[in-house]
Write a protein that binds this ligand. Structure first.
Ligand code: ADP
Ligand code: TRP
Length: 336
């Protein structure tokens, strides 16, 4: 049976937090262990340039994100793990696809429309004020990432559904014009993936500044956990799970039995301070061994680089024959 090819990209734009771990890293690594699946995971560093013009940040984040995924158990033997910018075939395909993409399709992209809306609301005379071409063309690059490997399924968050629809549109137009070369990718949304709440009860996100670090010292994790909002209930007073985001975070790191036990302890009057100690211990129990691995990798960037280079070589072997067929199809050919 032909294996299903699953591909996804991770943009290196910061240091991963606990929400990224629960909502993206942990489920993706579990899914990559399915023997019926051929998985591809890449660091979309060219996508990072869309929002970030700080070279050191892009560079540091690429290292931290690669080390995080490896430390969390991504097996580079099983998953083709590479950095987008190490596969120049993707960029070449990006241009060919750009020449086959309707501008009107890009005008409808949510990210671009949101930026325009922002200008309108601020009363800017030019609705494109400050908007760069990277943001505008971003769905084409994402299509190239996906189509270059003829991915069958692309697991993403809900905010990316429109980009997958665009990738299908772009592939269909190309196939119609030049012959069928591209697989139409399907979006894969995992309804079981949890959204982790942050310290203040909103979604944990770097943009809200309410995150718990993924790999930091036990002390720093405890310090972040101590900031989780609770109420004024005293030790001994019964507490319900919905009275603090602490409970949902605890649940994300526990078995159903452990969660039931924690619910019981809160109902029996467990002090918030004690509950926070239990939570920090729970997080540390799952993450401490991974943190050691992370730190070892961060101290040895050459090892990460070697892994990424080997991944890129594997990825390029897959990409080259398809790119050759695409070039041939559009008329970019040798003369003799
Ligand atoms: P942030 O919101 O901190 O900027 P990103 O948008 O970079 O996070 O998210 C990267 C990945 O992590 C995405 O797959 C996203 O769905 C997942 N993710 C981010 N925050 C959470 C969260 N609080 N709960 C679950 N998944 C999350
Ligand atoms: N745009 C995605 C995000 O912000 C990351 C990404 C880039 C991606 N290229 C991709 C995801 C291709 C899936 C497939 O989360």
């Amino acid at each position: 049976m032909k294996k299903i090819r699953v591909l996804t990209g991770v943009t290196p734009s910061g240091v991963p937090h606990l929400g990224n771990y629960v909502g993206a890293i942990r489920p993706a690594i579990a899914a990559s262990q399915n023997p019926d699946v051929e998985s591809f995971l890449f660091l979309s560093d060219y996508h990072a340039l869309i929002k970030c013009h700080e070279p050191e940040r892009v560079h540091e984040s690429t290292k931290a994100v690669a080390a995080t995924w490896l430390a969390c158990g991504l097996d580079p033997e099983r998953t083709t793990f590479y950095r987008q910018s190490d596969v120049p075939e993707v960029m070449e395909l990006n241009w060919i696809l750009t020449c086959n993409t309707a501008k009107g399709l890009m005008n409808r992209a949510h990210a671009y429309k949101a930026a325009v809306q922002d200008n309108v609301e601020k009363g800017q005379a030019d609705q494109d004020h400050g908007i760069e071409m990277g943001l505008f063309c971003y769905p084409v690059l994402m299509s190239a990432d996906i189509l270059m490997f003829n991915a069958d399924k692309v697991p993403v968050g809900r905010d990316q559904i429109q980009h997958l629809e665009m990738a299908r549109d772009i592939a269909a137009r190309f196939n119609h014009r030049f012959g069928t070369l591209f697989t139409l990718p399907e979006v894969q949304i995992d309804d079981n993936v949890e959204t982790l709440v942050g310290l203040d009860g909103r979604k944990m996100s770097k943009s809200y500044g309410n995150t718990i670090p993924l790999f930091d010292s036990d002390k720093k994790i405890q310090k972040a956990v101590n900031k989780i909002v609770t109420n004024l209930k005293q030790p001994g007073e019964a507490k319900a799970p919905d009275e603090s985001p602490l409970f949902d975070i605890y649940k994300a790191f526990s078995t159903p039995d452990e969660t039931a036990e924690f619910t019981h302890m809160l109902a029996e009057g467990l002090a918030w301070g004690e509950a926070k100690k239990l939570l920090a211990a729970k997080i540390n129990a799952e993450l401490s061994p991974k943190r050691e691995h992370f730190e070892a990798l961060m101290a040895n960037p050459a090892l990460i680089e070697d892994i990424l280079q080997a991944g890129a070589a594997k990825a390029r072997r897959q990409a080259q024959p398809l790119l050759a067929a695409v070039r041939e199809a559009v008329g970019i050919r040798r003369l003799s």
